[in-house]
Write a protein that binds this ligand. Structure first.
Ligand code: ADP
Ligand code: ASP
Ligand code: MG
Length: 414
């Protein structure tokens, strides 16, 4: 008998029919003798719908109230799934994040899980119940409802698996595993049978939304075995493995992209110590994550600082940066919301030189202009015009021979 945490995403619970199908799947697994904790997302599109309602009342909704609103999406699904299970004779009980004491910090809309009290869940499991928990939410120490950022139900599932010392965390979704690129954009993309945690971290951070990055961080930190699986069919999915084995890795394992970034540039910043901190600290105090940062010294005692933030944070970031620019005497602020980030990820980059220059050549051939570049040991990212994105993704996927048609050298690809 194993303890398994299963998470079903928004499309997987996208209608009453699908919720019934998920209930069947849960009952089949339970019949094998396993204990089950099920984490569910809101019905697909519901979180967007709720966010839109708030936007109609306020262009910068109060973060606390916004979380009270957004968290309701998952509350609907836990009740519906529990009803479906009970209707089929399976004992089940639903809980919101608050009810199972998922404690978070107070960073509304992007809170981090600090701890979970698993006692109630354990008691229900021992009495033979399937426990259904709302993903994406918790409460801070003042009892305020918080949400964990888009895609946060993945993190709820992995954190619960860690807290309960589950044997496996299964992330059920609308694709049959982690692919070499988003299969909705690259039809030729291939499923990876396994991915190293560090590779998955880079893929998630650069836009492969199949798993939220914090979920992968939890999996790595607490050694939770995670498998990404298809809800609507059978299949082995993708196992996220803690350690690399001795396999030969291709230089690139995946191509990822993110359309959610916006670029800001402060020009004519006095070129003296402390300026970057002056500009970026107020952003971090406002819990705005800055992604790529490039500083260029322009001569005449000034420099330009360009960086990207999530499009959602753009307005707030711009207003903060406008105030800072005035304070430090910077000359000008420019911005561009029509950009996207394109990345290559692969642990194989460690042992293959020249991946970056190959990437730049391929993009050059496609006449795609690179605006910003950042690299890590196993990732290269560029900011480009969003209109060129899909062309860039496919060109790189082809050139690095990741497609089903290309000759495979990676033992990790099936
Ligand atoms: P869920 O609602 O189940 O949480 P998401 O929409 O958050 O599902 O994540 C699954 C989606 O992630 C897929 O439908 C796919 O379009 C997208 N995706 C992006 N990159 C990848 C990738 N490399 N492999 C698999 N799916 C990916
Ligand atoms: N419902 C939330 C979202 O749409 C959380 C999740 O689905 O993981 O982002
Ligand atoms: Mg998701």
């Amino acid at each position: 008998m194993a303890l398994i945490v299963q998470k079903y995403g928004g499309t997987s619970v996208g209608s009453i029919e699908r919720i019934r199908a998920v209930a069947e799947k849960v009952i089949k697994t339970r019949a094998l003798g396993h204990e089950l904790v099920i984490v569910v997302s809101a019905i697909a599109g519901e979180t967007d719908r709720l966010a839109q309602l708030a936007q109609e009342l306020s262009c910068l909704p109060n973060p606390r109230e916004f979380d009270v609103l957004l968290s309701t999406g998952e509350q609907v699904t836990i009740a519906l799934l529990s009803l479906a299970l009970l209707e089929k004779g399976c004992p089940a009980r639903s809980y919101t994040g608050a009810q199972v004491h998922i404690r978070t910090d107070s960073a509304h809309n992007k809170a981090r899980i600090l701890g979970i009290d698993g006692s109630k869940i354990r008691a229900d499991l021992s009495s033979g119940k399937v426990v259904v928990v709302a993903g994406f939410q918790g409460t801070d120490e003042m009892g305020n409802i918080t949400t964990l950022g888009r895609g946060g139900s993945d993190t709820t599932a992995v954190a619960l698996a860690a807290a309960l010392k589950a044997d496996e965390c299964q992330i059920y979704t609308d694709v049959d595993g982690v692919y070499t690129a988003d299969p909705k954009v690259v039809p030729d993309a291939q499923r990876l049978s396994q991915v190293a945690v560090e590779e998955m971290l880079e893929m998630a951070s650069s836009g492969a939304k199949v798993m939220q990055i914090r979920a992968v961080e939890f999996a790595g930190k607490y050694n939770v075995p995670v498998r990404v699986l298809p809800t609507f069919q059978e299949g082995p999915g993708t196992l996220i493995v803690a350690h690399e084995d001795n396999m030969q890795h291709p230089p690139v394992s995946g191509v990822t992209f993110n359309r959610d970034e916006a670029k800001l540039m402060i020009q004519g910043v006095p070129d003296k110590p402390g300026m970057a901190a002056h500009i970026l600290s107020p952003l971090s105090e406002a819990h705005i994550e800055v992604d790529m940062i490039v500083q260029t010294v322009t001569g005449e005692g000034t420099s330009d600082l360009a960086f990207t933030v999530h499009k959602r944070d753009f307005k707030q970031a711009l207003s903060i940066v406008e105030q800072v620019a005035q304070k430090i005497g910077a000359k000008r602020i420019t911005h561009d919301k029509k950009v996207a980030k394109l990345s290559l990820v692969g642990v194989g980059m460690r042992s293959h030189a020249g991946v970056a220059s190959q990437m730049f050549q391929i993009l050059g051939k496609e006449e795609i202009n690179i605006q910003l570049i950042s690299t890590s040991e196993i990732k290269i990212s560029v900011i480009i015009d969003e209109q060129c994105l899909e062309r860039g993704v496919r060109a790189l996927h082809d050139a690095f021979q990741l497609g089903a048609g290309a000759q495979k050298t990676a033992a990790s690809c099936l």
